[in-house]
Design a protein. Structure first.
Length: 122
């Protein structure tokens, strides 16, 4: 025996219950999806200026140089992938007539700009 459907246009109680449940689920999804939108971070880096202050420098123990006359280049905080990342110090061969100037972060408006380390005459 097969069940006959009524052609009166009225839905059964079970069909109405399923429709209400689906409508409520759709409403919940529609209300929560906008909260899941992730906007790109535009507040941390613009035109070379980082809006997040670098952490305090780490204390490093240089130890003895591998060769006489080598120069210790101290570690520094770099800006990589939207965050500060520590770059460890290292020993480097000296350059005749030059001295090493460390990496430094300087204030630039509301943010910070890194001045890379470099060899300078003198």
């Amino acid at each position: 025996m097969t069940q006959r459907k009524s052609f009166t246009g009225r839905k059964s109680f079970t069909e109405r219950k399923s429709f209400i449940a689906a409508a409520i689920f759709g409403l919940v999804i529609a209300m929560t999806l906008p909260a899941c939108v992730v906007a790109p971070d535009q507040g941390h880096y613009a035109a070379g200026v980082v809006m997040v202050a670098p952490p305090a420098p780490r204390v490093e123990v240089a130890g003895a140089p591998p060769y006489s006359g080598y120069v210790w280049v101290g570690g520094y905080w770099d800006w990589v992938g939207g965050r500060h990342v520590w770059v460890s110090g290292r020993w480097v061969a000296p350059k005749r007539g030059r001295h090493w100037v460390d990496y430094t972060w300087v204030r630039d408006g509301d943010g910070w700009r890194m001045h890379p380390g470099h060899w300078e005459r003198g």
